[in-house]
Design a protein around this ligand. Structure first.
Ligand code: TRP
Ligand code: ZN
Length: 461
């Protein structure tokens, strides 16, 4: 920059002063304890962007004790004197930044790290957190359980919306996606299943380590581990896509038929949504009481007992809508659930069930008035981000778009959307802008006003 060679003397003096006052010439400020999510203001942290999580975890179901080392590689997005990670419960034994011991402090879910030297904007730095303890089961604002869930024969780590912080320190917000290596060591005879692909497995001294590699960016809430007795079955889907299912033996018989549909579901979804976004797929089927809900954990959704076909279609559709194209904030949840619900409608339409128009009308005229409680793009509070308006009325937005543009353009929109934000994060405003740009000669403002943002039941279906 030519401007910098003509600094006036006062500025030069000021720069010299700052340089001597701070170690290494960098003067940082704290990164901040959240990213202003409208529903979860403390989720995520400011001042850096994570590129990779290296998690080495050791878990013993009998004592429920977890010991972990998290190596977090991140890039500073400002000069940093301190930064936060999200961690709920557990004991932090030590923190280092760039190999040097760092001071840290804990307050609620915020683990504040003060590196020995301030970090320079743009710098990539590595933070190691050693921690241990009995991880907590957290209760969502909507009352469901997440975080670390002990099960009959092991445990489940589930993270939507803010449960991952119960088992590893992170920038726990969907906006900051990263690649992962998760190594989980458990007593020999048990399995530890996670996202991505199994890179390595080794047994020593009565304990088995499972190393899972997740190459494509993943949001923290989509990370999972499942410890227990599982039957692991490998297969291949379309174009050689590796499939790995992990099924609790008590659920094996009930799961057999539905899991046999998995390759066909992926194939059908590729036809509708475009190329499958990850390097493997599958499912984890634990027992019905273990979680009480299914979750679209990346590569390998978790099911509480054998899923029905609709739920399998739903969680696999999330691999495109939610896992690959991830919401920028928790306000954008309908981009996940509206799409995954619409995938179920489409599946039935294509497989001898009722048409999407009919399903839409069933909801429009249905007895369940709760779907009109709030507009899909503006959930009434954090306790309601997974309510009917986000799911069913979210799907109704897509039906309205489809009816306006016709099938060819509609499929071009939903495939184009998945392609445009593949492995990224996107907001509702990004979506409406995308649709409008894709179909410039039509005006979608009525649909946005009545179906996406408007209060109450729209006057006309
Ligand atoms: N996303 C899950 C699904 O649709 C449902 C779910 C589980 C959820 N836990 C949640 C949604 C917490 C919001 C918040 O399959
Ligand atoms: Zn869903």
């Amino acid at each position: 920059m030519s401007r910098s060679v003509r600094l006036v003397p006062a500025v030069v003096a000021l720069l010299a002063l700052t340089a001597t006052a701070c170690d290494g010439g960098v003067h940082g400020t704290p990164g901040g304890s959240g990213v202003r999510d409208p529903y979860f203001p403390k989720a995520g942290n400011g001042g850096y962007d994570v590129g990779h999580y290296g998690l080495a975890l050791d878990y013993t179901p009998a004592t429920r004790r977890l010991t972990g080392t998290a190596v977090i590689t991140a890039r500073a997005t400002q000069n940093l004197s301190a930064f936060d990670l999200d961690l709920a419960g557990l004991h932090v034994d030590a923190v280092t930044v760039e190999g040097r011991k760092a001071r840290f402090n804990r307050a609620g879910q915020e683990l504040t790290v003060r590196p020995h030297d301030d970090l320079r904007k743009g710098e990539t730095f590595s933070t190691t957190v050693r921690y241990s303890g009995v991880p907590h089961t957290l209760t969502d604002p909507d009352g469901s359980k997440e975080g670390w869930l002990p099960t009959a024969d092991g445990a489940l780590g589930l993270g939507e919306p803010v449960g991952s912080m119960a088992w590893f320190p992170s920038d726990d917000h969907p906006f900051d996606k990263a690649s992962y290596d998760i190594t989980l060591t458990v007593p020999e005879g048990l399995q530890a299943v996670s996202n991505g692909e199994l890179a390595d497995q080794s047994t020593r001294g009565g304990r088995t380590a499972f190393h899972w590699h997740v190459a494509q960016p993943m949001a923290t809430y989509l990370a999972t581990v499942a410890v227990g007795r599982f039957g692991l079955i490998r297969g291949t889907g379309p174009h050689g896509l590796p499939i790995l299912t992990a099924v609790d033996p008590t659920q094996a018989k009930a799961s057999e038929k539905v899991l046999a549909q998995l390759p066909a579901v992926i194939k059908w979804e590729e036809t509708n949504f475009g190329p499958y976004p990850f390097s493997s797929t599958g499912a984890i089927v634990d027992r019905p009481d273990d979680s009480g809900y299914a979750l679209e954990t990346q590569n390998r959704p978790v099911f509480p007992g054998a899923p029905d076909t609709g739920t399998l279609v739903h969680e696999l559709a999330h691999q495109w809508y939610g896992d690959s194209v991830t919401p920028k904030s928790w306000q954008d949840m309908w981009l996940n659930e509206g799409f995954a619900t619409y995938a179920e409608w489409l599946w039935w339409e294509d497989h001898g069930g009722e048409s999407c128009r009919q399903t839409f009308m069933d909801y429009y005229n249905g007895k369940d008035k709760t779907i009109w409680a709030f507009p899909p793009a503006k959930p009434s509070s954090a306790a309601h981000i997974s309510d009917g308006p986000v799911y069913q009325r979210g799907a109704m937005v897509l039906q309205k778009i489809r009816e306006k543009v016709g099938d060819d353009t509609f499929y071009a929109i939903i495939q184009g959307w998945a392609a445009a934000h593949r492995h990224g994060s996107a907001s509702t405003a990004d979506f409406t802008a995308y649709v409008q740009k894709k179909v410039p000669h039509q005006d979608f403002s009525e649909i946005w006003k009545d179906w996406l943002y408007g209060d109450g039941k729209p006057a006309r279906p």
